[in-house]
Ligand binder design. Structure first.
Ligand SMILES: Cc1ncc(C[n+]2csc(CCOP(=O)(O)OP(=O)(O)O)c2C)c(N)n1
Ligand SMILES: [Mg+2]
Length: 791
């Protein structure tokens, strides 16, 4: 009996989608694949090049996730849902927004060019409503989990805008992203905080950048998620495969697929129908039930069957997504083929592979797109245009555009108070200032949320937490308090709590700060996040800090203790180059105040700048070293100088030969040195640098303006250093890398000696450690003497 061979492209009837929607989604899936591929091709092969550099793009990675994103964006998502798209699928996202009328052709044509659509989805640089920036793999994924926590935080305090429903926080995850350790740190935290409304959809194409991933990885993945209370839905077989498995010999075929090593499956996907047949006929005799089943398919049909994994089957995907009717955290493990539908499919080297112009030309023909109609939203689709347009205009996700919120500003009092104390460290002052804010219970107090990775008490957040309590979805008394065990800390947990306690994973702190710091835009309610950690451990979460800043999240980072000034507490916790991070990190203003009143002015300004359109985040490098506080009123002028980056604590005389510029904890050493220098040079001055970063930015900003032909006036640092005669010398000193301040010499072309810490690892008392580092009064006097000798 002869059978008509089963051909590719036959869409089975679908119970989850009506015929109209199935046809529209099939057309959209095809169009999105085309547009994503074409966008990359255009950037690499059509747009003129000027520099001989490859433009790049990831056609195979895009193809892998086309159906998942088509099902989500055109069918599943609601406007309140937020998505982190795996970085290299950016063209798919732009193609979808283009189809929805929310992305311009011009942006698509300028993909990866200045001002065009970005290589990786970017909240700040793209124009088509990206929810979360991605790029550094793993971070966008984890951020969805922290953003769900932030949504809960607002929801449970009834702080979401009236009528706003909670959305789902969804990550489209490349399977190799699961190699990033930050994923597991975030998962554990998600369990502790019992987060809800998070979906991670894993594009399980079993390929990374270099190669094919280990077999049986899926088993490990399921285990990881289940261990932290997530539900796992495995999406493996598409509808065609399920139909085939139901036939005689089908179970054996399924067993073969399940046992097939990833690399072999990928290689056969690349080779196509004839190779599948040859291989399967070696396994299953022609006369066997499975042999007969395979025999029903022509080569294209067999290829379509074997590549019909659920991650490419719109119906399977829609069915799985629509079946969810709870808010439990959920991982979808969707089997896919990297490069599906393209000649690159399954090849282990396809990550950065691009279709050649010839391959693109045959792909164009296959897609039915006429030359010149490449950007046409409807070209090559076998569906009535009006029908598709009407479907597109009904897509739930696109009903609100843009989906970003604006939130009213939170009033900040004219001054923040520290409370009198003659001797204080900046870390203690920080605790006191927050304590005063907590006591006030005003708008500012209600919108501050603090977070710390298990260093709440040791960074002096304790007084704040005692008043505002810990956030937890379950109310819990502090048992030590109820049992009347003496403790300075009250560890009460409730939905009303305003401190989020994290485990010791600094990366998580930065991701949480990124989420909290975008609450105004993501949810319409402004939060003022303050995160504390030990200064050296900024390096642990540095990429996540950079990521938070890249997204323009707004937060206050309080890093303490810092430098070698923690002295006996240990060499391992000393931080040296964090001031340079403060200088180098865009989006972050970095301050290292010396005195408590400076800190109060900086924090007040910080809460303002965190809310300003052109503002940013603030990094405060604080110390545990108590120092004697000056008796003074912070005048408006002084506050202005503190915020601009520095002020003369002792003005140099007109003919001064020497000035000291110092930052932070070492101001007593600078003052002691000044006293001694003044015995010989009575006019010597002392500049307190509250922010090397602000001074440098002010100086560079002024130079930029001048280059652009504008007159910015004199920058703050130029004004300050103009007080020191040109022949004068400048000794700079801080408990940090000397390069932080050494550049000051270039401003007024002064000769300089730059002191700071260039080595670390010793525990000692303060006197010994300052002497060893060469930042004690003796070293400052000595440096000044050497400057005088060279005059
Ligand atoms: C932190 C980080 N390290 C390295 C890279 C470079 N990189 C980009 S994509 C990728 C592999 C991605 O594989 P996978 O997540 O499985 O995505 P696929 O392309 O297979 O969908 C790598 C290593 C990166 N973007 N971020
Ligand atoms: Mg992969």
């Amino acid at each position: 009996m002869s059978v008509t061979p089963i051909r590719a492209g036959i869409v089975p009837a679908s119970p989850s989608l009506d015929a109209r929607e199935a046809a529209c989604l099939a057309a959209l899936e095809k169009k999105v694949l085309w547009l994503a591929s074409w966008t990359i091709h255009n950037a690499n092969h059509i747009r003129p090049k000027r520099d001989g550099l490859k433009v790049g793009g990831h056609q195979a990675s895009c193809a892998s996730v086309v159906q998942i994103m088509t099902a989500l964006y055109f069918h599943v998502l609601k406007p309140q849902d937020r998505v982190a798209v795996k970085p290299h699928a950016s063209p798919v996202f732009h193609a979808i927004q283009y189809m929805l009328g929310h992305q311009d052709r011009d942006q698509m044509e300028r993909f990866r060019a200045l001002g065009g659509a970005q290589s990786y989805p970017s909240r700040t640089k793209d124009s088509d409503d990206v929810d979360f920036s991605t790029g550094s793999v793993g971070l966008g994924v984890a951020m969805t989990s922290f953003t769900a926590l932030v949504q809960d935080y607002l929801d449970m305090k009834a702080m979401l805008p009236e009528g706003q429903k909670p959305g789902r926080m969804i990550a489209l995850v490349g399977d190799a992203e699961l190699d990033e350790g930050n994923i597991y740190e975030a998962l554990l935290e998600s369990w502790k905080h019992q987060i809800r409304n998070v979906w991670w959809v894993i594009d399980y194409n079993r390929q990374s950048l270099d190669s094919v991933v280990s077999d049986e990885l899926f088993g490990r993945i399921e285990g990881f998620f289940e261990a932290v209370g997530w539900d796992v839905t495995v999406l493996k077989y598409g509808k065609k495969q399920e139909a085939a498995f139901a036939q005689a010999g089908g179970e054996e075929l399924r067993t073969w697929i399940d046992a097939c090593p990833n690399d072999l499956y990928s290689a056969l996907c690349f080779k196509g129908g004839a190779a599948w047949r040859e291989h399967l006929e070696n396994v299953f005799a022609r006369g066997s039930a499975t042999g007969k089943l395979i025999g029903q398919y022509d080569n294209d049909g067999l290829h379509a069957l074997m590549t019909n994994l659920a991650g490419h089957d719109i119906e399977s995907l829609v069915e799985a997504f629509d079946a969810v009717d709870d808010d439990r955290p959920r991982c979808f493990l969707a089997y896919t083929i990297k490069g599906s539908g393209l000649p690159l499919a399954g090849h282990k080297d396809n990550h950065a592979g691009l279709m050649s112009p010839e391959q693109m030309e045959s792909f164009r023909k296959k897609m039915g797109v006429a030359p010149g109609a490449e950007w046409d939203r409807f070209a090559g689709l076998d569906i009535d245009r009006g029908e598709l347009e009407s479907y597109l205009s009904s897509v739930a996700f696109a009903q609100r555009h843009p989906r970003r919120h604006a939130a009213p500003r939170i009033a900040v009092p004219a001054t923040l108070t520290v409370g009198g104390a003659t001797t204080l460290s900046t870390q203690e002052a920080f605790g006191r200032i927050l304590n005063e804010i907590a006591r006030n219970d005003d708008e500012l107090a209600r919108h501050i949320v603090t977070a710390s990775p298990d260093v709440t008490v040791s960074t002096n957040l304790g007084p704040w937490v005692n008043r505002r309590h810990l956030f937890d979805r379950r109310d819990r008394d502090d048992v030590f308090q109820t049992e009347k065990v003496m403790s300075a800390q009250t560890w009460t947990k409730s939905r009303q709590g305003q401190h989020i306690e994290l485990g010791i994973a600094e990366n998580n702190l930065f991701l949480l700060l990124a989420s909290l710091g975008l609450a105004h835009s993501l949810f319409g309610t402004r939060l003022l996040p303050v995160g504390t950690l030990y200064d050296p451990f900024i390096a642990r979460g540095l990429d996540a800090l950079n990521y938070a800043c890249y997204q323009d999240a707004r937060f206050m980072l309080v890093a303490t203790p810092s430098g070698v000034s923690l002295a006996p507490e240990g060499g391992a916790h000393q931080s040296i180059y964090t001031p340079l991070i403060g200088i180098g990190q865009p989006g972050l203003s970095a301050y290292e105040p010396a005195y408590a009143d400076e800190l109060a002015a900086i924090m007040r300004w910080g809460f303002e700048t965190m809310q300003a359109d052109d503002g940013g985040s603030v990094y405060l490098r604080l110390t545990t070293r108590p120092i004697e506080q000056p008796k003074r009123d912070i005048t408006e002028t002084l506050a202005g100088d503190v915020l601009a980056g520095g002020y003369w604590l002792a003005e140099p005389a007109a003919d001064a030969e020497i000035a000291i510029a110092c930052s932070g904890a070492v101001v007593p050493e600078a003052l002691a040195a000044l006293d001694r220098i003044k015995e010989d040079i009575p006019g010597a001055g002392l500049l307190v640098v509250t922010s090397a970063e602000r001074l440098l930015e002010g100086w560079h900003g002024a130079r930029r303006q001048r280059r652009a032909g504008r007159d910015p006036g004199v920058s703050h640092v130029e004004r300050l250093l103009a007080r020191l005669p040109g022949h004068g010398g400048l000794v700079t000193v801080l408990d940090g890398h000397p390069a932080t301040l050494s550049w000051l010499a270039g401003v007024g072309r002064h000769k300089t000696q730059s002191l700071g810490v260039e080595n670390f690892g010793q525990s000692a008392d303060l006197e010994d450690i300052y002497r060893a580092a060469g930042i004690d009064a003796e070293a400052i006097v000595d440096a000044a003497a050497r400057l005088c000798l060279t005059s």
